[in-house]
Design a protein around this ligand. Structure first.
Ligand code: CMC
Length: 372
């Protein structure tokens, strides 16, 4: 073992190859800068790009959207959502939902590329339905099914509220989904790849990935960010709060990144949308509060914000309940996870690293009757 290198948290370790995205010199999906995709593409085009490797032609996009519209959530799944405890974490509901979808998917056990593409497309359409249905049931309302002709982003907002969003709100949601869709070998994607490397299946990989995403050091950070901003309350309290939090060595949610040490390009892009929506919805003071905190964390800790810092505010301005923020990350990232599962299986090798043993040295077994 002496010649094997150990890096805690696998920091700096190259654990595989991918043609799906790179974070070197900015974030690119299949060679396209994420800012360009956010500026010019839709989430559907982005998901297609991640899954198929190329941007769709108008015809391909039309057919893709038609397949998304045709995907349905089986009635027993919606019935089961009614039976879940009303205080269950929404990420647990999403994890259960992804797992249940496997039971009604005609291709669950088929690991061929074509079957995995069909399953991935269905998950892209089904997970938003599960998220909205679970939330409405929790509010004592009946689920609303997707409306044909609407984009995934518009439908997500529509299914939650039964109101079609304005073009600006649809676009804001769409952009957040584009920015969350893919991010190289992050913890949840790596989880998905480990699971499918055993020749398990796509639904198992996505279910496990949701579990990994839930934690506050990964996707769960966006919910913690809003809780912090709400606790601070107003911009005039921001400086006192952040200086105190840093002095007491608190970890500030929404800041820092394992790989981006000079800043997360997604955060910079989304900040402008936060300002736009804040002005439209009367949340200018929260933007001001965020600016004060951001400036001090940069100055004191040299830590730039990550995507969860602006996305939490954006979702708040879109009037979304905080417990939906990480589930929305799921709705988007399922595109990246699925692309990684397909890529892993195209050239699979079981992912099975080694560990440095730190337990007791070899000792003699003592039979139960002789143990004190
Ligand atoms: N607040 C305060 N200090 C921090 C933070 C933070 N958010 N992030 C890192 N540090 C400090 C940390 O205390 C340590 O300082 P010292 O060397 O003095 O002990 C140093 O920076 C290195 O920290 P680390 O935990 O070893 O760094 P890491 O590469 O493991 O951290 C991270 C990456 C994302 C886990 C961490 O920055 C963090 O916990 N951030 C807050 C949670 C968060 O926003 N997560 C979302 C990540 S991006 C979206 C996603 O992928 O889900």
């Amino acid at each position: 073992m002496a010649d094997l290198v150990y890096s805690p948290g696998l920091e700096g370790v190259v654990a595989g190859e991918t043609a799906i995205s790179t974070i070197v010199g900015g974030l690119e999906y299949r060679g396209y800068a994420v800012e360009q995709l956010a500026e010019h593409a839709t989430f559907e085009e982005t998901a297609y790009l991640l899954l198929y490797g190329e941007l769709p032609s108008p015809k391909e996009l039309g057919e893709f959207r038609a397949r998304l519209e045709a995907a349905q959530v089986a009635e027993p799944i919606l019935q089961t959502l009614r039976a879940l405890p009303s205080d269950a974490s929404m990420m647990d509901v999403m994890r259960t939902g992804a797992s249940m979808l496997a039971h009604w998917d005609p291709d669950t056990a088929d690991n061929s590329r074509d079957a995995n593409l069909r399953k991935a497309e269905r998950l892209l359409a089904q997970l938003p339905v599960i998220l909205a249905a679970a939330q409405r049931l929790r509010e004592g309302k009946e689920p609303v099914l997707p409306q044909p002709g609407l984009s995934l982003a518009a439908n997500q907002l529509f299914m939650l509220t039964r109101v079609e969003p304005s073009p600006a709100w649809e676009r804001a949601m769409d952009i957040s989904l584009i920015l969350y869709a893919e991010h190289e070998y992050n913890a949840s994607t790596f989880t998905a790849r480990v699971i499918c490397s055993t020749l398990s299946d796509l639904h198992s990989a996505v279910t496990g990935a949701i579990g990994a995403l839930k934690g506050p050091l990964h996707g769960g950070a966006n919910e913690r960010v809003l809780e912090v901003l709400q606790k601070v309350g107003s911009s005039d309290r921001a400086e006192g709060w952040i200086r105190n939090a840093l002095a007491s060595k608190q970890r500030i949610m929404g800041f820092g990144h394992r790989v981006y040490k000079d800043g997360d390009p997604r955060a910079a892009y989304l900040k402008a949308w936060c300002a736009k929506l804040a002005a439209e919805t009367g949340h200018e003071d929260m933007e001001q509060m965020a600016d004060v905190i951001e400036g001090i964390v940069r100055e004191e800790k040299k830590l730039p914000p990550n995507l969860d810092w602006p996305s939490a505010r954006l979702y708040h301005y879109l009037n979304l309940p905080v417990e939906l923020y990480t589930p929305l990350f799921v709705v988007s990232r399922v595109a990246g996870w699925s692309a990684h599962v397909i890529e892993q299986l195209s050239n699979n090798r079981l992912i099975r690293p080694r560990a440095n043993y730190t337990g007791p040295v070899t000792r003699q077994f003592v039979p139960l009757a002789e143990r004190k």
